[in-house]
Design a protein around this ligand. Structure first.
Ligand code: SF4
Ligand code: SF4
Ligand code: FES
Length: 259
């Protein structure tokens, strides 16, 4: 029988409350999802008060301050802290985005922070991305060539050919788009989702690549590609301002043109 209710152990409960004693004009409240697979406890939302005059302006700065000064058990990913590595992607105030480029001041009231939705959670704000990386591997994300007319020299492109990669090479693989896509939520095991399809188009659009037909053959599949119903959540949420929905539509058009 179809299970319509969440299992009891996945219901999110309210958790600990970390208050600051001193009166601070710049007090901000953070409500943060916590989950530890090593305990048998349900996920919970902990409440943290923070004097934000004491930390940098971004949500990631607040998370680092909380970890360093309030609660060292909180777990999240981050690396570059300037929007280029994609590792701090999470759901902030109801939107998938990068904690390091999201201003605390952009959110009125308490800031709710959850992991990227519809992904298994390893711990707290850290999603398990192994499934999506397996899908990335499946599109063979590297330049494939057949002839060696270039005598092992570099394969050059005209500026116009190179321009075809604009809006594609900037993708930082944060997966904000795929985890905001309803089709990916329900069919993420078979549908490749916007992040991986944008990457697939990146290689098809590259004039130096000589495996276009094989790539399109692999993608021409009712689940891998055609689960996209052009809902556009992906494009709306991309923190780098890219347009994965357009990349998906380009793949569909290319398949149509050759059939
Ligand atoms: S446009 Fe396609 S990929 Fe983007 S959110 Fe909608 S269904 Fe998902
Ligand atoms: S298209 Fe945008 S949202 Fe999607 S993975 Fe790339 S950078 Fe992230
Ligand atoms: S820490 Fe690298 S994108 Fe945020």
């Amino acid at each position: 029988m179809v299970e319509l209710l969440l299992p009891k152990n996945s219901k999110v409960k309210s958790g600990k409350n970390f208050v600051i004693k001193e009166k601070a004009k710049t007090k901000k409240v953070f409500l943060i999802y916590r989950y530890n697979p090593d305990t048998k406890e349900n996920p919970r939302v902990d409440r943290y008060e923070l004097d934000i005059s004491d930390c940098g302006p971004m949500v990631l700065d607040a998370l680092i301050t909380i970890k360093n000064k309030v609660d060292p058990t909180i777990t999240f990913r981050r690396s570059c802290r300037e929007g280029v590595c994609g590792s701090c992607a999470m759901n902030i105030d109801g939107t998938n985005t990068l904690a390091c480029t999201k201003y605390i001041s952009d959110v009125k009231g308490p800031i709710k922070i959850y992991p990227l939705p519809h992904m298994p959670v390893i711990k707290d704000l850290v999603p398990d991305l192994s499934g999506v990386y397996k899908q990335y591997n499946s599109i063979e994300p590297w330049l494939k060539t057949k002839n060696n007319n270039h005598n092992d020299r570099e394969r050059s492109q005209s500026p116009k050919e190179r321009e075809e990669l604009d809006g594609l090479y900037e993708c930082i693989m944060c997966f904000c788009c795929s985890t905001s896509c309803p089709s990916y939520w329900w069919n993420g095991d078979k549908y490749l989702g916007p992040a991986i399809l944008l990457q697939a188009w990146r290689w098809i659009a590259d004039t130096r690549d000589e495996a276009t037909d094989e790539r399109l053959d692999k993608l021409q599949d009712s689940f891998k590609l055609y689960r996209c119903h052009t809902i556009m959540n992906c494009t709306k949420t991309c923190p780098k301002g890219l347009n994965p929905a357009k990349a998906i539509s380009n793949i569909k058009k290319k398949i149509l043109a050759r059939n």
